[in-house]
Design a protein around this ligand. Structure first.
Ligand SMILES: [Fe+2]
Ligand SMILES: [Fe+2]
Length: 472
C-alpha cells in the first residue's frame, strides 16, 4: 500500500510529491517513537477505536478493532465554506492566506511547534496507564485519546512539512526527539513534563490540561493562515471527546466517593477503598493551577502581536464579537501592590491571554458544578470549587506572592501552614496510587470508580472494548 493510501487525507497527498517524500521520511520515525513512547504493553492488542477516514459527517468517526501501530493517522482540513477573510487584527477583511506570509513566518512557526509539542508529550505522560486501567471501557478511552493526540501531531507536522520547507522538516524531527519529563530534552511547556502516572491524574489532565488545548485551538481556528484554521477546526471535533473523558472520569470518581461515604459507618470514603472528597479537591487545585499557566503571561506583547497579525484571535471571535481590530479598549488586571491587590489598566490587545483564560475558567466552573450536582444527588454535603487563577502560580504576575485558593494574598508562612490541606501530599499521592489495580474483565470496574452511565457509541458497558492478543 502506498503512503497516500495508508494515510487517509483530504489534502490531495497523492499528487503532492514533495509533501509525500517528506512524510515518507518522517513516518518511520513516528512509528518508532510510537512503539517506544506510546502505550506500553498493548501494541499487539485489538482496540475498538474511532478513526477519522474522511471529513464528511459519516466518515470522520469510523469504529472498528485495530492494533494501535496500524492506526491510520490521517491528515484532514475542515473543508472551506466559501471565501473567508482575515477575521481580526490589523489585516482584518483582507483575503486569508493560503501560504505563510513572510513577515509572520517565525511567529507562525512558534505557534505551530508549541501546539504540536503538546500532542506527543501527553502520549508519553500516559504511556504506563494501561497497566492499571480500572476497566476495559476506560482502557479503550485512554487509547482513543492517545491515538488522536498522535493524529494531532500529524496535523501539525503536515503544516510544518508543507509550508515551512527545511526548517519545518527539522522541527518535525525535533518533535519526535524531545521527551516528556526528560532533564536534557524536555517538552516545551512545563505541565507536559508533569508525571501522569495514575488515573485520577489522567482524568484531571484530560479535564484541565486538555481543556487549555481546546481554547488554544479555538483561538487558532479563525486564524488568517487558512491551513492552520482548518487543521485546528478538525482537531476540535476530536478534542471534545478527550474533555468528556476527563470531566466524566472525575464525575465517576466523585460518584463512587459519595456512595462509599454513605455506605461507611463513619462516612469515610477511604475506608471503603474510594478516594475521599478533600483529596479530590486537592487534585483539582493542583491540576487547575498547573493548567492555567499554559495560557501564558497576563500582560503579553506576544499575544498582542499574534492578534495584530491575524494569527491567533479570541474564543469565538466571529460569533461573539462585532469589533475585530481591538485597537481600543482596556482590560483591568488585578495586580500585586506590596501586600495588597490593586488593578492595572492594560490595552486589550495585550490582555488576550487573560481573555482566553477567562473563557477557560468559566468552562472549568461549569464542569465543577456538574460534580457538585452529583454530590447533591447522592445527599452528600460538600462542594468542590475551582481555585482562583492566582493560587499556586509559578509563572506570570502572580508568581511573586502567595495566594489562598480563594485568591486572597497571604504570607509565605500561612501558605506553608496550609499547603497540605490545599495540595496533594506525598501520602495522598501514594494512597491514590495504591488504588490503581488493573481490571480487565468486561463490564467490571475498579472499586474506586463508578461505572459510566453508558458505553461507547451504542455498545454496552460490558463490551470487550480491548481484545488481548494473548488472552486464552
Ligand atoms: Fe490534541
Ligand atoms: Fe486532547
Amino acid at each position: 500500500m502506498s503512503l497516500s493510501d495508508s494515510i487517509p487525507n483530504n489534502v490531495d497527498l497523492s499528487s503532492d510529491r514533495k509533501l509525500m517524500r517528506a512524510l515518507e521520511r518522517w513516518q518511520p520515525n513516528f512509528l518508532e517513537w510510537w512503539k517506544d513512547m506510546g502505550p506500553e504493553g498493548f501494541q499487539e492488542d485489538r482496540v475498538w477505536l474511532r478513526t477519522a477516514i474522511s471529513v464528511e459527517a459519516g466518515g470522520w468517526a469510523h469504529y472498528d478493532y485495530v492494533k494501535m501501530p496500524d492506526y491510520r493517522w490521517g491528515i484532514f482540513l475542515t473543508p472551506r465554506s466559501g471565501e473567508r477573510s482575515v477575521g481580526f487584527g490589523d489585516d482584518a477583511d483582507q483575503k486569508v492566506w493560503d501560504e505563510v506570509p513572510g513577515e509572520f513566518r517565525s511567529m507562525l512557526r512558534r505557534i505551530i511547534v508549541t501546539q504540536a509539542d503538546t500532542e506527543p508529550a501527553s502520549v508519553e505522560q500516559q504511556r504506563l496507564l494501561g497497566k492499571t486501567a480500572p476497566s476495559l471501557f476506560d482502557l479503550r478511552n485512554l487509547f482513543q485519546v492517545n491515538v488522536e493526540e498522535g493524529r494531532h501531531l500529524w496535523a501539525m507536522v503536515h503544516l510544518l512539512h508543507q509550508y515551512f520547507g527545511r526548517d519545518g522538516r527539522e522541527e518535525a524531527e525535533a518533535l519526535l526527539e524531545r521527551r516528556s519529563g526528560d532533564v536534557d530534552k524536555p517538552r516545551i511547556l512545563n505541565t507536559f513534563n508533569e508525571s501522569t502516572d495514575e488515573w485520577l491524574s489522567f482524568f484531571m489532565f484530560a479535564m484541565f490540561t486538555d481543556r487549555d488545548g481546546k481554547y488554544q485551538l479555538s483561538a487558532l481556528s479563525e486564524s488568517g493562515f487558512d491551513p492552520l484554521a482548518r487543521a485546528t477546526q478538525f482537531m476540535l471535533t476530536e478534542e471534545a471527546f478527550h474533555l468528556s473523558v476527563g470531566e466524566y472520569g472525575v464525575d465517576r470518581v466523585v460518584q463512587r466517593a459519595a456512595e462509599a461515604m454513605t455506605q461507611d459507618p463513619n462516612g469515610d470514603a477511604r475506608a471503603q477503598g474510594a478516594v475521599d472528597l478533600p483529596t479530590i479537591q486537592k487534585y483539582i487545585n493542583f491540576w487547575f493551577s498547573s493548567a492555567v499557566e499554559l495560557f501564558g503571561g497576563e500582560i503579553s506583547s506576544n499575544a498582542a502581536d499574534y492578534f495584530a497579525a491575524g494569527l491567533k484571535g479570541r474564543h469565538h471571535e466571529q460569533r461573539k464579537y462585532s469589533e475585530h481590530t481591538v485597537r481600543e479598549g482596556i482590560y483591568e488586571i488585578p495586580v500585586i501592590a506590596g501586600d495588597r491587590m490593586s488593578t492595572q489598566e492594560v490595552p486589550l490587545r495585550n490582555a488576550m491571554n487573560e481573555l482566553l483564560r477567562d473563557e477557560y475558567i468559566v468552562d472549568c466552573k461549569r464542569g465543577c458544578a456538574r460534580w457538585n450536582k452529583t454530590l447533591k444527588k447522592a445527599g452528600v454535603d460538600f462542594e468542590f470549587s475551582i481555585p482562583s487563577r492566582r493560587f499556586n502560580r509559578e509563572m506570570g504576575i502572580y508568581s511573586g506572592s502567595r495566594f489562598s485558593p480563594a485568591g486572597d494574598i497571604i504570607s509565605d508562612a500561612e501558605f506553608e501552614a496550609k499547603r497540605d490541606t490545599w495540595l496533594p501530599t506525598a501520602d495522598d499521592r501514594s494512597y491514590v496510587r495504591s488504588l490503581m489495580v488493573p481490571v480487565y474483565e468486561p463490564g467490571q470496574f475498579a472499586p474506586w470508580i463508578a461505572p459510566p452511565r453508558k458505553g461507547v457509541k451504542g455498545k454496552p458497558i460490558e463490551y470487550d472494548y480491548v481484545q488481548f492478543h494473548d488472552a486464552s
